[in-house]
Write a protein that binds this ligand. Structure first.
Ligand code: NAD
Length: 491
C-alpha cells in the first residue's frame, strides 16, 4: 500500500530521458512550423479561458490573491501576450532583409530567426501563473520545445498548470516538471539550449554556473530595490494612488517591480505620508488585515523575514503607519516607515512585502546618489513635473526600466523590453523581445557566381595591392573581406 502512494522521483535519469525525447521531437522539425506554434499559442488562450475560475482559486489558495488582481495581473496579461504573439508571429518569423556592402557585391543578406532547440523555464511564486507561462509563449513562438519548472512555493498553481498543460498542449514538445531544489538541480544538470530563470540573485548564480558547464545562454529575471523619487510640484493625490497601486495593489508588495522605498525632501515628507495614509485607508479600510484586496505573505519564512526587518533596532520608532501583523493568516498591514537609516536591515535587502520606507534628503538631486550607490534596480520611478529633473533621472539612473509619473505600468507595454541590468538581471522579454530571447539570429549572405573579382585572390601583385589600398583606404568597401586580413603588412 505504502509503495503505491510513494511520490514518483524525478532525478537526473528522468530529466535526461525527458530532454532526449523533447530533442528528438524538436529534431523532427515539429515545432518549427508556423501552424504548430499557432496551435500551441491558441491552446494557451483556450486553457486560460476555460479554466479561469480554477486559476483564480489556485492563486487565492497560494497567496490569497484577490480575484481582480488574479484576473488583471495574471490571466488577462497572459492572454494578451499570447494574442500579441499570434498577431505578430508571421512578421517576427519573416527573415529581415539587410543592406550589404561593396565588399560582397553583388549579394543580398538577411537575418533569419531560428529556434534554439530545447529550452528550460524556471519560474517564481509571486505571479506563478503569468511568470511561468509568459516566457513559454516566447519559447513556443520562436519554435522551441520547452520544459517549465514552476515554483513549489505556489503549489496549487503549479499543480494546476501541470494538469492544464498536460491536457491542452502538445506533450511531445511541451512538458511541466513540478518540484523544488532536487528536481530543479536534476534539470539543471542537463544540456539546454537556453535557460530562462525568474527568481532571486542567489539561485540565479546556481543557474548560471550550471548553464556555464554546457555554454548554455541564460535570461535571468531578478529583482532589487526599486526606488520612487517624489518631487513636491506634483498632483499628490494621483501620485499617492499610483504608488499604492504599484506597492500594495501588486500582490501586497510581493512583486519584483513594486516600489521598494521612497525618497523625497525633508520638507515634503509629512505631506506625502499624510496623503499615503488617507488613500491607504480609502482603499483598504480601517483594518487592512481584514481586507480581501490584499494578498497574504506567501509563507511563514517570508512572514518571519519581513518581521525581522521591522524588529531591527535601527528602525524602532520609525513606523508612522501600519505595522500590524496576523501571524496565523500571514498578513501584514500596509506599513510606512519614515527616515529610516540607510544602514538599517530594511534598506540593505529587497523588501518584497508590504513595508515602505521613506528616506528624506535636503535636495531631490541627492536621491540620484542614494540610488546609484546601490545595486542597479529592476525599476526606478519618479513623480515630478520638472522637465529637467525627468531628463536627468532618465539619463542618470541605471535600472531595468524607468517610469515617469507612475509605477509598474511599463510591464504592460509589450513594445518595451522587460528585464534587469546588473544585479537585477540579464536579458529581457515581452512581445517581440520574448521571441528574440528564444531565437538565434542567423546571418545569411547570398552570392551568385558572377562578379568574381580576381583582386581578392593571390598572387597579391602590386597592382592588386594598390587597388585594394585605394578601395579600403577610401572606405569604399565598407567592410573588409576576410581574405584581406592575410595581406602582408606593407599592404
Ligand atoms: P522561488 O523561491 O519560487 O524560486 C524561483 C525558482 O528557483 C523556483 O522554481 C525554485 O524551485 C527554484 N530554486 C530555488 N532554490 C533553488 C536551488 N537551490 N537550485 C535550483 N533551483 C532553485 O522564488 P524567489 O527566488 O523567492 O522569487 C522572488 C525573487 O524573484 C525576488 O527577488 C523578485 O524580485 C524576483 N522576481 C523577479 C521577477 C522578474 O520578472 N524580474 C519576477 C518575479 C520575481
Amino acid at each position: 500500500m505504502a509503495s503505491n502512494t510513494k511520490k514518483k522521483v524525478f532525478g537526473s535519469e528522468e530529466a535526461l530521458a525527458m530532454v532526449e525525447e523533447l530533442r528528438a521531437a524538436f529534431d523532427c522539425g515539429k515545432t518549427r512550423g508556423c501552424e504548430w506554434r499557432i496551435s500551441q499559442l491558441k491552446a494557451l488562450i483556450k486553457l486560460s479561458e476555460e479554466h479561469e475560475k480554477e486559476i483564480v482559486q489556485a492563486l487565492h489558495s497560494d497567496l490569497s490573491k484577490s480575484e481582480t488582481e488574479a484576473f488583471v495581473q495574471e490571466i488577462a496579461m497572459l492572454k494578451n501576450s499570447s494574442k500579441v504573439a499570434l498577431k505578430e508571429l508571421k512578421h517576427w518569423i519573416s527573415p529581415e532583409k539587410v543592406k550589404t556592402s561593396l565588399a560582397t557585391f553583388p549579394s543580398s543578406a538577411e537575418i533569419v530567426s531560428e529556434p534554439l532547440g530545447v529550452v528550460l523555464v524556471i519560474s517564481a511564486w509571486n505571479y506563478p501563473f503569468l511568470l511561468s507561462l509568459d516566457p513559454v509563449i516566447g519559447a513556443i513562438a520562436a519554435g522551441n520545445a520547452v520544459v517549465l519548472k514552476p515554483s513549489e512555493i505556489a503549489p496549487a498553481t503549479s499543480s494546476l498548470m501541470a494538469k492544464l498543460l498536460g491536457d491542452y498542449m502538445d506533450n511531445s514538445c511541451i512538458r511541466v516538471v513540478e518540484g523544488a531544489v532536487d528536481e530543479t538541480s536534476a534539470l539543471l544538470e542537463q544540456k539546454w539550449d537556453k535557460i530562462f530563470y525568474t527568481g532571486n540573485g542567489r539561485v540565479a548564480r546556481v543557474v548560471m554556473a550550471a548553464a556555464a558547464k554546457h555554454l548554455t545562454p541564460v535570461v535571468l529575471e531578478l529583482g532589487g530595490k526599486s526606488p520612487v523619487v517624489v518631487d513636491s510640484n506634483i498632483n499628490l493625490k494621483v501620485a499617492t494612488r499610483r504608488i499604492i497601486a504599484g506597492k500594495w495593489g501588486c500582490n501586497n508588495g510581493q512583486a519584483c517591480i513594486s516600489p521598494d522605498y521612497v525618497i523625497t525632501t525633508k520638507e515634503y515628507a509629512p505631506k506625502l505620508v499624510d496623503a499615503l495614509k488617507t488613500e491607504l485607508e480609502k482603499f483598504y479600510g480601517k483594518n487592512p488585515l481584514e481586507s480581501e484586496d490584499l494578498s497574504r505573505i506567501v509563507n511563514s519564512n517570508h512572514f518571519n523575514r519581513l518581521k525581522k526587518l521591522l524588529d531591527d533596532d535601527k528602525v524602532s520608532g520609525k513606523i508612522v503607519h501600519g505595522g500590524k501583523k496576523d501571524e496565523i493568516k500571514l498578513k501584514i498591514s500596509p506599513t510606512l516607515l519614515l527616515d529610516v537609516p540607510r544602514d538599517s536591515l530594511i534598506m540593505s535587502e529587497e523588501i518584497f512585502g508590504p513595508l515602505l520606507p521613506i528616506l528624506t534628503v535636503d535636495k531631490l538631486e541627492e536621491s540620484f546618489v542614494v540610488i546609484n550607490s546601490g545595486p542597479k534596480p529592476l525599476a526606478a520611478y519618479i513623480f515630478t513635473n520638472n522637465k529637467k529633473l525627468k531628463e536627468l533621472f532618465v539619463r542618470n539612473i541605471s535600472a531595468g526600466g524607468v517610469v515617469v509619473n507612475d509605477t509598474t505600468l511599463h510591464l504592460a507595454v509589450h513594445t518595451l523590453p522587460f528585464g534587469g541590468v546588473g544585479e537585477s538581471g540579464v536579458g529581457a522579454y515581452h512581445g517581440k523581445f520574448s521571441f528574440d530571447a528564444f531565437s538565434h539570429k542567423k546571418a545569411v549572405l547570398y552570392r551568385s557566381f558572377i562578379g568574381d573579382a580576381s583582386v581578392r585572390y593571390p598572387p597579391y601583385t602590386s597592382t592588386k595591392q594598390r587597388l585594394l589600398k585605394a578601395l579600403i583606404g577610401g572606405g569604399i568597401l565598407g567592410v573588409l573581406s576576410p581574405t584581406c586580413s592575410n595581406l602582408p603588412p606593407k599592404c
